[in-house]
Write a protein that binds this ligand. Structure first.
Ligand code: 5MM
Length: 341
């Protein structure tokens, strides 16, 4: 393992004013997104949509440091035959790949999930590296509810995250470690903090046990937020203060960067929260975005599967990427949010 090189890539992924585009929706998820805009989820439509994003020159070269791809996309070519991976590289961004294979029911733990995909992972990583991937992503899912999460679910998911991260580093690929605590329940923000801290602590414990070099990874956590169905919704200042406290409590300073998931927050909330955490300042790591929905909902709607709408889709994507770039520097304002439209 060349740790200096891994660290260099990790720092480029979280470079000032830049963040990651999570375009790694699996078949089922992209179908759901396309259903919402009345577009059939065919291989060509998925290609056209992602080509539209990757050809958004301003967004890709100024605000996006890297793109997380799904297996299908990393092997796809643009309409003119250029590999989609090349489009990303030509814009100055780094291609990455989702390598987990989704979640499965966790035996003996009703309602809980474990992420699959460790089998043959070393071989798959070698192929992805040869295709140009310089980082990877693995997402563990932890739900909050009555009596859950169990320590069993937290442990097995942390163990798998660390196994994946060690295999990535051996393949000279930077692992994005994503332990997502879902915001779907009716819990309040303090319960989110309590569970997320438990999950982060266990994850870093496993990373250490499995000798993962923290300088060669990126953490992709959830923010501290209220459950979507909670009657009390924490405001921006509380989210920022509790998110920063939670990270300070659990994330070693040697981690080169943190890139949040949006997790179902509205576009503007995801941006406002990122801005607010960055305004607090004085932290050992850059805090940026690795958003899927919060970067793509607007361009998906603007595009709606029509070739004529490509410029509008690209404009919507560029706007969200720009707003999140500003937020990653603590420079976003509601004025800019509205002015650019
Ligand atoms: C883009 O969504 C990713 C893929 O999910 P599936 O495997 O279910 O299709 C997801 O892992 C995503 O990268 C992260 O959750 C962050 O995305 P959000 O939308 O939460 O910002």
């Amino acid at each position: 393992m060349n740790l200096a090189e891994l660290n260099k890539i990790a720092r480029a992924m979280t470079a000032p004013g830049k963040g990651l585009l999570a375009a790694d929706e699996s078949g089922g998820t992209i179908k759901k997104r396309f259903d919402a805009i009345g577009v059939e989820s065919t291989e060509d439509n998925r290609r056209d949509y992602r080509e539209m994003l990757f050809r958004s020159r301003e967004a890709m070269s100024s605000y996006i440091s890297g793109v997380i791809l799904y297996d299908e996309t990393i092997w796809q070519n643009a309409k003119d035959g250029t590999p989609l991976v090349r489009l990303i590289e030509e814009a100055g961004a780094i291609p990455g790949i989702k390598v987990d294979e989704g979640t499965q029911a966790l035996p003996n733990c009703p309602g809980e999930l474990v992420t699959a995909g460790l089998d043959k992972l070393a071989e798959r990583l070698a192929k992805y590296y040869a295709r140009g991937a310089r980082f990877a992503k693995w997402r563990a899912v932890i739900d909050i509810g009555a009596g859950i999460p169990s320590m069993t679910a937290i442990s097995v998911n942390a163990h798998a995250l660390a196994r994946y991260a060690a295999l990535c580093q051996a393949a000279q690929i930077v692992p994005i470690v994503e332990p997502e605590v879902l915001m779907d329940g009716d819990h309040d923000i303090d319960r989110c903090v309590e569970v997320t801290q438990r999950v982060l602590n266990k994850t870093f414990q496993e990373l250490r046990v499995q000798r993962v070099a923290l300088e060669g990874m990126i953490l992709k956590p959830n923010m501290a937020v209220s459950g979507k169905k909670s009657k009390t919704q924490a405001g921006v200042a509380e989210v920022a203060e509790k998110t920063v406290r939670m990270l300070k409590n659990c994330v070693p300073a040697s981690v080169p960067g943190i890139a949040f998931l949006s997790g179902g927050q509205s576009d503007e909330d995801a941006t406002a929260h990122l801005d607010a955490v960055n305004r607090i300042g004085g932290l050992p790591w850059p805090l940026t975005f690795s958003y899927g929905r919060a970067l793509q909902a607007a361009p998906q709607k603007a595009w709606s599967g029509k070739a004529n709408n490509v410029p509008a889709g690209q404009q919507a994507f560029t706007h969200r990427a720009h707003m999140n770039s500003l937020a990653s520097k603590g420079e976003w304002t509601t004025d800019q949010e509205q002015k650019a439209l």
